[in-house]
Design a protein. Structure first.
Length: 413
């Protein structure tokens, strides 16, 4: 009985310890998400990407954690309007979700996020189709912000279908949800309300919705939403030839230029940081190799000096043997370097190089005979990004152009 009691106690403590670790990871992810949101709100997108990449390299994070990390990355690229990277990182999140026990949760969140992205790029049909695939019972997996976006999308569809009563009811519910859980998203709700009131020709309510939306955009200092509100106001005041149209036009243009400059600089900073990090990594590895080599030589010289001092004759024979061994090693290295395959062509073992997953994917697609354009389409990246990765691959393999790579891969032209 004593042993059974001890065993039950041990199992309980182990379970409690596991739950504690899980809660710590969840808290850590929440803190990371908060930091990323703060960075993105202040246009420090490069800091967000670096934080996420560092976390992805941390082996303590589970597949479930990594699922959310890729979602954070997709959200960051959405702020830069880089939807190629948005969909690519959602795909990476999907891959992580396959290895979790929370497949239903991951699948629901991914459908919602893809829907929002399609809605942003004006593919309304695809956005609505994805939302319809999510069972209502699975909304429990979605954050208040995600449920709010879904309500807004449904309201816009109702307005387009002239179901104005349904749209107004949904928007009232959405406004209450936003005030209770995510007030920073209120500008989106009020902008949609303005669209509704414009549809039913209620000028006073439309004006109030526009001013309320602008108020909350400024209150929470969200430049993107403030710019969006001025864009909506500009559109509606153009229809009515309002005397304030020029003022809203100037404010919108000013914010638009400011936001474009921020986005442009953010993209450049991300690219430069990536290049600097790769260069620094190569220099660090090279410096470590040289340092290890010099340290090894120093130790060998010290040992040889001591041996020569005491046992010159005996060491002389050992030195000769050592020279023969070194020559043999050099010959073996030369044979390995000049190794030929069955067709007499030089072989290169790609596994011996520090290639990233993305670089290996591109190499495999080149082995299949794909063009740069086809590779970009396959990996959801631009053709210029493919060219950039190929340049890095050429540098790593110490080759100059694609034909050499094809020769290495034994690809027929």
């Amino acid at each position: 009985m004593m042993i059974k009691a001890l065993r039950r106690t041990f199992v309980f403590l182990l379970l409690l310890f596991s739950i504690t670790i899980y809660c710590q990871k969840t808290a850590e992810l929440k803190q990371l998400e908060k930091t990323i949101t703060q960075n993105n709100d202040t246009f420090k997108y490069e800091n967000s990407i670096i934080l996420i990449n560092n976390a992805l390299e941390n082996k303590k994070f589970s597949h479930y954690d990594r699922f959310y990390l890729y979602l954070f990355k997709a959200t960051t690229f959405k702020r830069l309007f880089n939807y190629e990277e948005v969909f690519y990182n959602l795909k990476l999140a999907q891959n992580e979700g396959l290895y979790t026990t929370n497949k239903e949760e991951c699948e629901t969140i991914l459908k919602a996020e893809r829907s929002f992205a399609y809605f942003d790029i004006r593919n309304i049909a695809m956005a609505i189709a994805l939302i319809k695939e999510i069972p209502k019972k699975n909304y429990k997996y979605l954050s208040p912000e995600s449920r709010l976006y879904i309500k807004v999308q449904e309201s816009i569809v109702d307005i387009s279908d002239n179901k104005t009563s349904d749209a107004e009811k949904k928007l009232e519910e959405t406004e209450k949800m936003a005030r209770d859980f995510c007030p920073r998203e209120l500008p989106i709700v009020f902008a949609t309300k303005a669209k509704l009131y414009s549809k039913i020709n209620d000028a006073s309510k439309k004006e109030k919705a526009l001013q309320d939306g602008l108020y909350f955009a400024k209150k929470f200092k969200i430049l993107k939403y403030e710019m969006y509100m001025y864009e909506v106001m500009k559109y509606y005041y153009t229809e009515s030839n309002d005397k304030n149209l020029k003022i809203y036009q100037r404010k919108f243009d000013s914010l638009f230029n400011q936001y474009n400059a921020i986005i442009h600089n953010g993209k450049l900073t991300l690219l430069e940081r990536e290049l600097i990090e790769k260069k620094h990594q190569k220099e660090t590895e090279k410096g470590q190799t040289i340092q290890i080599g010099l340290s090894g030589i120093a130790i060998i010289l010290l040992i040889v000096s001591i041996i020569l001092f005491f046992l010159y004759n005996e060491n002389n024979e050992r030195r000769k043997l050592a020279e023969k061994e070194i020559q043999l090693i050099h010959k073996q290295i030369a044979l390995m370097t000049n190794a030929k395959d069955e067709k007499g062509e030089n072989k290169i073992n790609l596994a011996a190089y520090q290639l990233t997953e993305r670089q290996i994917d591109i190499i495999n697609l080149i082995r299949q005979g794909k063009t740069n354009k086809e590779i970009g389409k396959e990996l959801f990246i631009s053709e210029n990004t493919v060219k950039y990765h190929l340049k890095v691959i050429y540098d790593i393999l110490d080759i100059e152009h694609r034909s050499e790579l094809k020769k290495i891969l034994n690809v027929k032209n």
